[in-house]
Design a protein around this ligand. Structure first.
Ligand code: SF4
Ligand code: SF4
Length: 363
């Protein structure tokens, strides 16, 4: 039976939890080349909890070295749009230092890999992702306005280099199509071992604009789908209703049913955990109409905007231009991918449902 283990901890004592998890799952480390893949969404300090916490990265690197890894690499293709900013983003996120000399820029050496996808024939992955003997994923427990949850499956989207992520956003439009694209990427190189940073989680409008929530746990597994299913259940969600998990389960990539998962440790459904309203199953006509009305659109909060231009660069369909007054969004072009929301570090890119948005316009 697929296992998910839960450990109670805080960031100060996280090394002990990581050691327990490595002992329990015993991934084959000795003599291997290992890639550690945290979730580095953007160039923000650890206190914001948008990225995987550096203490989990540091503890993982040390655990791998204690177990005789031949080579350890740490890196992510963050949500920036050229190859250069990866390293600067990792430095600001505290992950460059936490890697203790093992940081690599995953954007430096892309390799085209054939994919089974209706959206692309091949995609540019980081060479290290494809060539590592062992892939250790360190996702963060967060909600996501486009895919409902982040977690281990979504963390593999950062295996894609630079603008390749943008390209997929552009062709896989809408929550269901994008979920399918995420699983297409996940399927190419699934992580062998996962440690989820659920010490300080994010609820509400994640992955960057939500509220922090103390959960005090690390989750471990050797199956990404099972781990995400347990995380989703802790958020009060039904895993089967989350498109990325349902699609992954249907492709035989892991169980999304808690009855098929052996859970050890302090599992708990977190009371009133706030989740975003999009990305859920939308099978029926009524649900489709409802989802159209409720679908979110980005809105600039000009009072908070510092005109940094990240949202302009992030938009895969060039729907945002920078004016003197700040970013202007062309809603006819917008495909509601929420990259702009994800990339805004100043909580200046808000989301509003179409209905609220139209009412606001009329008002
Ligand atoms: S909305 Fe956010 S990302 Fe866009 S320019 Fe303003 S501060 Fe920067
Ligand atoms: S405006 Fe924002 S949500 Fe719309 S397509 Fe551009 S990045 Fe995506």
């Amino acid at each position: 039976m697929t296992r998910v283990a839960i450990y109670e901890t805080d960031y100060e004592h996280i090394e002990a939890a990581v050691e327990q998890a490595f002992d329990a799952f015993a991934p084959p480390v000795n003599g291997r080349t290992v890639l550690v893949k945290p979730n580095i969404l953007g160039a923000v300090a650890p206190e914001r909890h948008i990225n995987t916490h550096p203490s989990l990265v540091r503890a993982t690197v040390r655990a791998l070295k204690r177990r005789g890894a031949a080579r350890v690499m740490v890196g992510d293709n963050s949500g920036m749009f050229a190859y250069g900013p990866n390293e600067q983003t990792a430095r600001t996120a505290g992950i460059f230092d936490a890697a203790e000399g093992h940081y690599v820029n995953l954007g430096a050496s892309p390799v085209k890999v054939p994919v089974k996808s209706r959206f692309a024939n091949d995609l540019a992955f980081s060479r290290e992702v494809i060539e590592a003997d062992l892939l250790v994923s360190l996702p963060k427990m967060k909600t996501h306005v486009a895919t409902t949850i982040t977690g281990a499956v979504k963390n593999t989207y950062g295996h894609l280099v630079g603008g390749e992520k943008t390209m997929l956003h552009r062709v896989a439009v809408g929550p269901m199509a994008f979920a399918e694209a995420v699983v297409d990427v996940f399927q190419v190189r699934r992580p062998d071992f996962i440690l989820l940073d659920a010490v300080t989680a994010m609820e509400g409008q994640g992955p960057s604009g939500g509220q922090l929530r103390e959960v005090g746990r690390v989750l471990a597994s050797d199956n990404a789908v099972a781990l995400d299913a347990v995380m989703a259940a802790m958020m009060g969600l039904e895993p089967r209703r989350i498109p990325i998990l349902r699609i992954a389960e249907e492709r035989g990539l892991g169980p999304d049913d808690l009855d098929a998962i052996e859970i050890s440790g302090p599992f708990e459904v977190l009371p009133k955990f706030k989740v975003p309203p999009v990305g859920m199953g939308m099978g029926t006509l009524i649900a489709r109409i409802g989802s159209y009305v409720l679908v979110q659109q980005p809105i600039v909060r000009h009072a908070k905007c510092v005109k940094c231009g990240s949202c302009v660069k992030a938009c895969p369909v060039a729907a945002i231009v920078m004016a003197d007054s700040g970013p202007l969004i062309d809603y006819k072009k917008c495909i509601s991918c929420f990259c702009c929301h994800e990339m805004c570090r100043y909580e200046a890119m808000d989301l509003s449902s179409r209905m609220r948005f139209f009412l606001r316009l009329r008002g």
